[in-house]
Design a protein around this ligand. Structure first.
Ligand code: P6P
Length: 338
C-alpha cells in the first residue's frame, strides 16, 4: 500500500490494473478498460441501491420468472441491463452471459474487436434488497474461443481455469470491489465523493483455517450423511461459529477476510445444489484459490468442472484449505465405508 494517503487515493482501480498487467502485454489495455466498465456498473448499481427505498420501480418484483424459475426482482433487471449498457459503449465485450438471461446477449458491433465474454450474476442475493441487507454482483471474464456462429456459446462450457479475470462487488455499508487477474486478489473501496474505487488491500491471503462455517442449516435433513456428520463435528468442537447472510457475496467476503468455509451442498431436491457454476462458484473459486484457499464440489476441484449447460448448478465448498479439506474428508471417509 502506498505510503502517503494522497498516493493511496490516487491508486485507482484502472491504475492498479495497468500496473498489474505489465506481464499481460497486449491484453493489458483491454482488461484495464473492461475492469473500468465493471467499476462503472458497480457505481451505477450502488447508487440505485442507496436510494432504493426512495425511488419508484426499484423494490419488489416484476411479476416475471427467470430461467432459474425464480421470481425476478426489479433490481435484478436493472442490474442486468446496467452491465449490458456499460459494455455496449465499450467495444470490448461482445457476449454477456447472465443468471437473468436464458441465452447470452450479443453485441455484434463489438465482435470484430472485442473477443471477451462477461459471465455475471448482476445482483446476487436480491431477496436482501427489500430489507436493506448486503447484496453483490459476481463477474468473470473469458476470451471467446471460435466464432460461436450458432449462438450457442458452447465455447463457454469449459473449466474455470479458462477465466482470465474474476471478482465481485459487495454492496454493503461500503461498496467494495474485489478482483483477480490471476496474480493475487485485491480489494477496492468506492469513494462516492471521488466516484473512484480506491485500493484498500493488495494480495489478500485467506487464512489456512478460520472459525466460521457458513451454510443454511435449514437444509440439514436434506443433506447427505457426510455433511450432517461434518455439521455435528463443528457443533461439538470448540472454536467454530456459524455465520450466514443468505447472500453469497457477503458470505464469501467474510470467509476471504476471516477464514473458514462456505458450504452449499446438494440436497435431495437439488442434488447439484443451488449455486450456478459459470457465473457464481467458478469466479468465486478462482478468487479464493488466488488468495491461497480451496474450492471444490466436495470431491472435485471446482475449477476442473466442465458444465454441460450454461446455467449448470454445482455443490460448493469454498474457503480455507484446512476447512474445505475437513469437509472433503467426511465425504471421502463415508464413500470408503460404503
Ligand atoms: P438459501 C441467493 O438467492 C443465492 O443465490 C445466494 O446468494 C445464496 O448464497 C443462496 O442463494 C441462499 O440460498 O437456500 O440458503 O436461501
Amino acid at each position: 500500500i502506498p505510503d502517503s494517503l494522497l498516493d493511496r487515493d490516487c491508486t485507482t482501480l484502472s491504475r492498479h490494473v495497468l500496473q498489474q498487467l505489465n506481464s499481460f502485454g497486449a491484453d493489458a489495455q483491454d482488461l484495464s478498460a473492461i475492469m473500468n466498465r465493471i467499476a462503472l456498473a458497480g457505481k451505477l448499481i450502488a447508487r440505485r441501491l442507496s436510494r432504493a427505498g426512495l425511488m419508484a420501480d426499484v423494490l419488489g418484483f416484476t411479476g416475471e420468472t427467470n430461467v432459474q424459475g425464480e421470481s425476478v426482482k426489479k433490481m435484478d433487471v436493472f442490474a442486468n441491463d446496467v452491465f449490458i449498457s456499460v459494455f455496449k459503449q465499450s467495444g470490448l465485450v461482445c457476449r454477456l452471459a447472465s443468471e437473468e438471461m436464458e441465452n447470452p446477449y450479443y453485441i455484434p458491433e463489438n465482435c470484430p474487436i472485442g473477443r471477451y465474454t462477461l459471465l455475471y450474476d448482476p445482483i446476487d442475493g436480491s431477496s436482501n434488497v427489500d430489507i436493506n441487507l448486503n447484496v453483490g454482483s459476481i463477474f468473470a471474464i473469458r476470451q471467446q474461443q471460435g466464432e460461436d456462429l450458432d449462438g450457442s456459446a458452447s465455447d463457454l462450457l469449459t473449466n474455470g481455469d479458462q477465466q482470465i479475470a474474476a471478482g465481485y462487488i459487495l454492496y454493503g455499508p461500503s461498496t467494495i470491489l474485489v478482483y483477480s487477474l490471476g496474480s493475487g486478489v485485491h480489494s477496492f473501496i468506492l469513494d462516492p465523493s471521488l466516484g473512484e474505487f480506491i485500493l484498500a488491500q493488495e494480495n489478500i491471503r485467506i487464512p489456512d483455517h478460520g472459525p466460521i462455517y457458513s451454510t443454511n442449516e435449514g437444509n440439514f435433513w436434506q443433506w447427505d450423511e457426510p455433511l450432517r456428520d461434518y455439521t455435528r463435528y463443528v457443533h461439538r468442537h470448540e472454536g467454530y461459529t456459524a455465520r450466514y447472510s443468505g447472500a453469497l457475496v457477503g458470505d464469501i467476503h467474510r470467509i476471504l477476510m476471516q477464514g473458514g468455509v462456505f458450504l452449499y451442498p446438494g440436497t435431495e431436491k437439488n442434488p447439484d445444489g443451488k449455486l450456478r457454476l459459470l457465473y457464481e462458484t467458478a469466479p468465486l473459486g478462482f478468487l479464493v484459490e488466488q488468495a491461497g484457499g480451496r474450492a471444490s464440489d466436495g470431491q472435485k476441484r471446482l475449477l476442473d468442472l466442465i458444465p454441460a449447460k450454461l446455467h449448470q448448478r454445482t455443490p460448493a465448498i469454498i474457503g480455507s484449505v484446512e476447512d474445505v479439506k475437513l469437509v472433503e474428508s467426511f465425504i471421502s471417509d463415508h464413500k470408503q465405508r460404503q
